[in-house]
Design a protein around this ligand. Structure first.
Ligand SMILES: C[S@@+](CC[C@H](N)C(=O)[O-])C[C@H]1O[C@@H](n2cnc3c(N)ncnc32)[C@H](O)[C@@H]1O
Length: 205
């Protein structure tokens, strides 16, 4: 069996390598992160895209000057292999991609900003395709993320999750966030054709 077919999406100055079965919306509604962070926050030193897939969002934020260093984390080794190919192809020296289930194998970094377009369905309903992309039954992955994230976030750091308003609402996540010593800062609609919203959280103190 050969390696899966790869495609390229040019984002700013970066050729992002991907395979179509790894796409999770970062290439479409995920690109609204560039507008949102430009308006809502400021460029940061250290950015993490969690649940990165091929890194459409992280690479977009990097090429638009919204971070100096970029980390990409995903549980799927195939997604991280695509990120590594993008890093090589574009000679990027300030990007690192790691396979990790949430933060289990994450580098020890206190990120200034963590963004994610995580699996959006809290059920085990089968929609076809790669379940890793969309399934988070009983929000177990979100729970693990929020349980672990505090020690990987700078004291003035921010977490911005992009969620789907047809599949969840902020109240599904509030208690996970508050149990982790974080607080909800904002809940704002994205500007996209899909009904996406941003859930922004930060250390409680
Ligand atoms: C909705 S897709 C987003 C992919 C990409 N960021 C995009 O926007 O196209 C969700 C991603 O979460 C990853 N994922 C699922 N469970 C995970 C876990 N426990 N830890 C890290 N990544 C996970 C999947 O492999 C998939 O790449």
């Amino acid at each position: 069996m050969g390696s899966p077919e790869r495609d390229i999406m040019r984002i700013g100055q970066i050729d992002v390598v991907y395979s179509s079965h790894l796409k999770g919306g970062g290439e479409t509604f995920g690109q609204d992160f560039v507008r949102f962070i430009s308006e809502y926050h400021h460029p940061v030193d250290r950015l993490l895209e969690w649940c990165s897939g091929p890194g459409f969002i992280g690479f977009a934020l990097l090429t638009h000057g919204l971070c100096r260093e970029l980390d990409l984390l995903d549980i799927n080794p195939e997604a991280i292999a695509a990120c590594d190919e993008t890093i090589r192809r574009n000679h990027l020296t300030n990007v690192r991609a790691s396979v990790s289930d949430c933060f289990d194998s994450a580098p020890k970094v206190a990120w200034n900003l963590i963004v994610a377009n995580p699996p959006h369905s809290g059920t085990d309903e089968d929609w076809g395709g790669l379940k890793l992309i969309y399934q988070d039954p009983d929000w177990k992955i979100h729970q693990k993320f929020y349980r672990q994230v505090r020690s990987f976030l700078a004291p003035d750091g921010l977490i911005i999750m992009q969620e789907n308003a047809l599949l969840s609402q902020a109240s599904d996540f509030v208690s996970m966030i508050e149990h982790s010593g974080l607080r909800v800062v904002d809940n704002l609609f994205a500007q996209s054709d899909d009904p996406m919203y941003y859930l922004v959280s930060a250390p409680a103190q």
